[in-house]
Design a protein around this ligand. Structure first.
Ligand code: NAD
Ligand code: UGA
Length: 459
């Protein structure tokens, strides 16, 4: 079966870039991305490609090539469902904030709404593809809803989790390590294989049963996050023993069984998925009474929280045990470089800790607007929005952020921070001038040579 029309429900960080690349590489397939969020769709349709709602290097070029040709963004969800042969569901699946499983289980209400809408609207057979990250066995629930509330048409469900990382989404999509497709129906699987085969070598397209595919996505994120927590745990040990965590990473990473990637110690991992997906894995394990399994993976999160607290407390301790009324500049707010995404960013939690101690925080991030930073802090509910605005100032010029401050904290590894005029900055800062490098971005000997007191994770 040759797919002619694809619809994707959810025009977020995954739906937008993924469908843009599918459209770019399959000019004969019409791809429509729909979302309830009108502002987001308007931004995807903006003639000015610098205004796309997701910032990803190279994405403007991909959208510019395909949009209007065979790539469309729309709020008309029903029409797009009606027309499609294949429907991707790429809506958000956040951690539940209420009821059973609160704080751990994935909230599947958006997924269920999509399934009910597809069932209600579809008048012809459809392949429904889970693109969102979902608990293992979600396809069973989807199938039940589709079959019991539909118009008697056939639905085939596939699982096709996405492995792109933000900041490198376009290169990851263009050149994936693998594409994973889980399903039961051979023809449906083959239809999706053909879409990817337009640019991905066949031997990198893995096919499995539904449950392996759903579970593999959670496990991949758990393993990646576990590496970061593992090296971050060692960073603390390095600080007390005189070992250097970068040297340890390098020494162990040369072992081809361990591998060099994803061993960079940091202020803690962030992003919308690692924590959510591990919590979900923990919840699933608990629900099957697998206590040892659940406890094992939960430790990855516990260690990550510890790393963020540890970083904030080191700032307080170093600044003579009080930051009350002191000005601390934050370089970076995004959860990693090259993205405007701030979800679960370590910066939010480090700031919250310092604000509890009545510090004044001045934030500069090259891609994150002030409203987002205030929204992130307000969302925590630790203090009133007025208090957050009293204590936190967001500026558009890094030199303005750094002028006159007691300390600088580097929270995101943006390249541009390296090339700042640190000599000039030193002149404007309070003395002694402290730098807390949560990303090990700056060169210790250079920074210390300029007279800074330099603290970096794991040294
Ligand atoms: P997102 O919040 O950026 O986007 C989801 C979009 O879905 C939103 O724009 C929302 O308005 C829309 N939506 C929700 N319900 C809808 C409905 N009923 N009809 C139409 N639109 C609806 O989320 P995201 O970061 O793109 O993540 C989506 C999924 O992909 C999640 O399950 C996530 O775990 C997974 N994932 C994310 C990443 C990542 O890097 N962000 C990577 C791999 C997988
Ligand atoms: C991660 C995975 O890498 C993707 O494969 C997956 O598709 C995605 O989650 C998802 O499911 O959402 P992402 O969160 O976008 O991608 O970014 P990563 O590069 O994995 O970084 C996650 C966090 O870990 C960042 O805060 C980053 O700074 C931190 N990190 C990463 C480290 O602290 N050290 C490292 O060595 C690597």
């Amino acid at each position: 079966m040759q797919i002619k029309k694809i619809t994707c429900i959810g025009a977020g960080y995954v739906g937008g870039p993924t469908m843009s690349v599918i459209a770019q590489k399959n000019p004969n397939v019409q791809v429509t991305v729909v979302d309830l969020n009108e502002a987001r769709i308007a931004a995807w349709n903006d003639a000015d490609l610098s205004k796309l709602p997701v910032y990803e290097p190279g994405l403007d070029g991909v959208v510019g090539e395909a949009r209007g040709r065979n790539l469309f963004f729309s709020t008309d969800v029903d029409k797009a469902i009606h027309e499609a042969d294949m429907i991707f569901i790429s809506v958000n699946t956040p951690t539940k904030t209420y009821g059973k499983g609160k704080g751990q289980a994935a909230d599947l209400k958006f997924i269920e709404l999509c399934a009910r809408q597809i069932a209600a609207v579809a008048k012809s057979d459809k392949i429904v593809v889970e693109k969102s990250t979902l608990p293992v066995r979600t396809a069973e629930a989807l199938k039940s809803i589709l079959d019991n509330t539909g118009n008697g048409v056939n639905f085939h469900i596939l699982s096709n989790p996405e492995f792109l990382a933000e900041g490198t989404a376009v290169t990851d999509l263009h050149n994936p390590d693998r594409v994973l497709i889980g399903g039961e129906d051979a023809d449906a699987i083959e239809a999706l294989v053909q879409v990817y085969e337009a640019w991905v070598p066949r031997d990198r397209i893995l096919t499995t049963n539904l449950w392996s595919s759903e579970l593999s996505k959670l496990v991949a994120n758990a393993f990646l996050a576990q590496r970061v927590s593992s090296i971050n745990s060692i960073s603390e040990l390095c600080e007390v023993t005189g070992a250097n965590v970068d040297e340890v990473s390098r020494a162990i990473g040369y072992d081809s069984r361990i591998g060099a990637k994803f061993l960079k110690a940091s202020v803690g991992f962030g992003g919308s998925c690692f924590q959510k997906d591990i919590l979900n894995l923990v919840y699933i394990a608990r629900s099957y009474n697998l206590k040892a399994v659940a406890d094992y993976w939960e430790q990855v999160i516990i260690l990550n929280d510890h790393q963020k607290v540890r970083f904030a407390e080191n700032i307080i301790k170093t600044l003579y045990n009080t930051v009350n009324g002191k000005n601390i500049a934050f370089l970076g707010w995004a959860f990693k470089k090259d993205t405007n995404d701030t979800r679960e960013s370590a910066a939010i939690y480090v700031a919250d800790h310092l604000l509890d101690e009545e510090a004044n925080v001045i934030v500069y991030d090259p891609k994150v607007p002030a409203e987002q930073i205030y929204r992130d802090l307000d969302y925590l509910g630790t203090r009133s929005p007025e208090e957050n605005r009293r204590l936190v100032k967001v500026v558009n010029d890094p030199y303005e952020a750094l002028a006159g401050v007691h300390a600088v904290a580097i929270l995101t590894e943006w390249e541009e921070f390296k090339s700042y005029d640190w000599e000039k900055i030193k002149e404007t800062m309070k003395k002694p001038s402290f730098v807390f490098d949560g990303r090990k971005l700056l060169n210790r000997s250079k920074i210390e040579g300029l007279g800074y007191v330099y603290y970096a994770i794991g040294e």
